[in-house]
Every structure is written in C-alpha cells, then in structure tokens.
Design a protein around this ligand. Sequence first.
Ligand code: B12
Ligand code: SF4
Length: 533
Amino acid sequence: MTSRPIALVAFSEQDNLGVGYVASVLIQEGFKVRILDFRLGPNAILEHLQGLDPLVVGFSVIFQHYIDSFCDLIQFLRRNGVSCHFSAGGHYPSLRYGQLLGLIPELDSVVLFEGEVTFLELVRALAQGQEWQHLPGLAFRRDGAVVATAPRPLESDLDRFPPPVRQPLREFAFGKKFATLLAGRGCVYHCSFCSIHEFYSRPPGPVKRIRRPEMVVREMELLRQQHDCSIFMFQDDDFPITYRNGTWLTEFCRLLEQTGLNREVMWKINCRPDEVHPETFAQMRAHGLFLVYLGIESGTDEGLRLMDKRMSVATNLRATTYLKELDIAFDYGFMLFDPSSTFERVCHNLDFLDALVGDGSSPVTFCKMLPYAGTKVEEQLLSEGRLLGPIGAEDYHFCDPKLDLLYALMASCFSDWIGDHAGLLNLARWVRHYIMVYRHYFVPSTEFERLAVAARTTIAQSNLDFTRLARQMVDLCRQDAPEDSRTRAAALHRETQALHTGYRDALEQVIEGLEHLDRRPAAGANSANTPHD
Ligand code: B12
Ligand code: SF4
C-alpha cells in the first residue's frame, strides 16, 4: 500500500458532502486524504499539491457553471508539473463524461455517478500499480476514443458508508455551530429543469434511498457531543417526510425526543410544497424544525405544468400559509424566467410574488431557468435549435426578443440585490435565521421583538419595491424601442441601487441590534454553548 495521500479538490462553501463521503470511505480503508477548497485558487492549490505529492487528485465538479474554472485549474496544475492521476466526479462529469474528457484532455478518468466505491477501487488499483480500466463506473480515453465501463449500481444501504469527513464546524448565529447532513439521496419526481432524477436513475438501483432514522439521529448526536453542533441543515433534495407513509418521520422525531436532541437542536429541510401538512409540520416544529426550503419555481399553473412540477399555485400558497401559521421560516427557489416565458406570465409571476412574500415572510428572489445537462429542458432547447453557449455556460434566447431585454435589464439592476453574497437577498435570509435562532435559544425581550418587527417590515417593503420596479421594467421593455428607453433604464437602475443600499443598511442595523442583545437562555433550551454576553 502506498503512503502517498489522496487529494480532493472541491467547492466547499459548506461541507461538500459528496467529497466528504468519498473521503470517509478512503480513510476507512487506510488511505490518507486531504480535501482542498476549490476557492483557494490555482496557486494555493498547486502549493498544497506540491507539498502533498498525492497519488491521485479527484476534482468534484458539482456545479456545471464551474467547468471552465476547473478546466483552467487542471491545465494549470499539469503545466506546473503535477503529474499524478487526475479524476473527476459529480453531476456534469457523470452525465457528460465524453464532453468533459474532450474539453479537459489532462483528466485521466471520470468517476460516474455515486463515487464512493468506484473511487476507492480506482485508488486501490493505482496504489498497487494494477490495471484499473476494467473497473465498473469509470470513463476514460483509450486509443483516442472515450470509453465507459459498465455502470456501477447505486448503494442500496447508505448507512454502510461511514459519516462524511467534515471541516471544523462553523458558526451559524449567536455562537451556535451548524453542520450539513443527508437523511437520504435521490428524488422520484422528474421536473423538467432538474438533473437529480437523471443522475440517480441512470445507474441500476433504486432512485431514492433513505437512511435508517437511528443512524441519522446517531450522526446528529455525535456532531452534538463531539463538535458542539446545534443547527442541522439537511441537504436532501426531498426530505423523507412521507417515506413509508410518514412512519420514518415519526420514528425520527421519537428518537430526537429519546436522545433529548429535540430540546437542544434546530434543523432545516428541503421539500416539495405538496408535502407540507399542518399536523406533520407542527410535529416537526415541536422537534426543532425551523426552516424549510421549498421548490416553488413558478407563480402560474401553466408554468408549473410546463416544468412538470406536478404542483399547483394553490398548493404552493397553501404550503407557505401553513408554514407562516406554524412560525416556520421558508426560503424558496423561483424561476421568474424560463424558455417558455411570455410577458404575461412574467407579470403573473410578479403578482404571485406579492401574494407569497408581500408580507415580508421571506425575501423576494428570482432567476432564469438554466438548461443543465441531462434535463428535459436541455433536450427540448436542443431539439428546437435554441441551446446556446459553451460547455458550462449553456443558455438560450426567449421566443420574444423583448424578453431578452427585460431579463438583461433585471439581471443588471438586481445583480447586487439578488446575486451578491453581501446583497439584500442573502442578508434578509440571514436576518431571519438570526431571529429564529435567538427566539429558540434565548428569552425574547421587548427590544428583540422590536428588531424582529423592523426586519419583517423592511423585508416586506423591499419585496414590494422589487415587484414595483420589475413591473416598470416590464412596461419599458414591452414597448417598441421608445426613444427615451436608455434614460428610463438608467433611472430604474439608479432607483434600484439606492433602494438596495437603504434596505441593506436597515437590515445591517437590525443584525447589529440582535448581536448586542442580552442572551438569557430560554427554559428548556440547552445553554451549554451559550456565549457570554
Ligand atoms: C448542498 C448544495 C449546495 C450548497 C453547496 C455545498 C458546498 N459544497 O459548499 C449551496 C447551498 C452553497 C449550493 C449552491 C448552489 N447550488 Co447547489 N446543491 C446542493 C445540493 C442540494 C446537495 C449537494 C450534496 O450534498 N449532494 C449529496 C452528495 C452525496 O452527492 P453529490 O454531491 O452528487 O456527490 C456524489 C457524486 O456526485 C460523486 N462525486 C461528487 N464529487 C466527486 C468528486 C470525486 C473525486 C469523485 C470520485 C466523486 C464525486 O460522488 C459523490 C458521493 O456519491 C445539490 C443537489 C444534489 N442532490 O446533489 C445541489 C446542486 C449541486 N446545486 C445546484 C445549483 C444549481 C446551485 C446554485 C447555482 C443555485 C443558485 N441558483 O444559486 C448555487 C451555486 C453556488 C455557487 N457559489 O456557485 C445544482 C447543480 C446543477 C448542475 N448540473 O450544475 C444541484 C445539483 C441542484 C439541482 N437540483 O439542480 N448548493
Ligand atoms: S426539483 Fe425537486 S422535486 Fe423536482 S426532481 Fe428536482 S429534487 Fe425532485
């Protein structure tokens, strides 16, 4: 066995769980592993690799839009003498290995789909100087042509994998640390824009696998005991609320109670709006659920139908009404623009945003649907001859060219507001998270309640301003090139910037106020890690 370590380069804003699992399986087999954050940049990564002299470098390409940067990095590393085996894994590499190996000839292999076992076998073979080209679940070049071996079935029992390797836990709010984790993998739905179903349905085996509740709670307990973790962010695409007719969830909650975690921790899930029912969510709320990410995506029934969401506007609104009544915060995905957009639908979407978040329950967000590899949307755009852009930056024009103008105007006016890490959207999300955490762990004072109201009012007002400005942009772009369009666009840009700055300042003041509040532990909330006032 080699003593050379294995290096994994991964986008790690939070723990990259895919790479964390790949690493934990390698470590269990006796390999040394080092995870490097892709965001360190080429020079720092090169320096680390020169010090490590790894046997293999594995690149985790989980976002299609980073392919170009990965390509540059990999070529930079080779140019600078890193000569070991280079492999890659993730959604795009699995679904488009031919294109990836074509684009990055410096890659020696691609690990297809779930990577734990395939990568382990690849590393073992390389460590022992053996052939690896026969192993299932790999793609590579042979005599100039790209070949893929037989697909490797998905792991049917996810609890066979040891818990993922994690970076030291970071603070979420008020000294409370957070971790991300998974209760399962896969999703049985097939929304037109999402690559999840395709990724998990191509290899043999069940698309959706759920871990045993006792193993999930055990992982939470260990994170609590060993790493002082208070906030658990489940990253499942669709948390197993209805799995086995809800018995999974009942058992999960029972185990949280049995271990006392229900009083000590808070958790967040992702789910579909049609899974939000008052009784189930009241039970989850009582066991620490504080935040739900919903895939809402469109504000019209036609839009939802075209996305194959199998959802209605009424269901979306009902779900958020229940969450508001239960005081569970929600974030959501929303695609104001998609390949079938019309001005009329954009306007209906804006009306829907008013109904959804005009009360400040969550900040306004929007994006343009992008055609990810392996999705029905990509296939449709390709068949219509509308798919544009290089690998990793796939895009399209709308059928109505005036919508391209509208999207460009909105994208530029709201780029800081929606797209910037320090922008209003992100700040508003964090203010709400702060408020939820404070309310859970500390006794709310009058000043706290004042700040909570100030945050909600600011978010409500900014949401309504967003839709008002967006409607003015619609009116401007809908017309046939009015003479003063540049001047009006510039004025809208200035107004958006000014509002954005004002609302950001208001929310920053709320955060500052929250940070200076007394922190008297609430009865029943564990105060072991309460920071000093
Ligand atoms: C958590 C998460 C995030 C986190 C990032 C976490 C981090 N690493 O820092 C946050 C919230 C920051 C995030 C942001 C975004 N995300 Co996101 N995110 C996810 C999510 C929900 C879970 C990831 C996960 O833990 N998966 C579970 C693990 C076990 O699976 P895995 O990552 O696929 O890894 C396995 C294999 O792929 C393979 N593998 C992966 N890497 C490697 C590397 C090697 C060497 C090997 C051998 C194998 C291997 O083996 C792993 C283990 O089996 C996924 C959905 C999903 N199910 O993956 C979306 C997903 C990755 N996100 C997506 C998107 C679009 C985004 C955003 C662009 C959203 C937005 N509009 O802002 C942003 C981009 C962020 C940025 N800064 O650029 C898309 C990507 C689609 C695509 N084809 O590019 C996904 C697939 C969601 C979707 N439904 O489409 N995201
Ligand atoms: S968008 Fe959500 S529900 Fe739809 S296929 Fe993707 S993960 Fe499943």
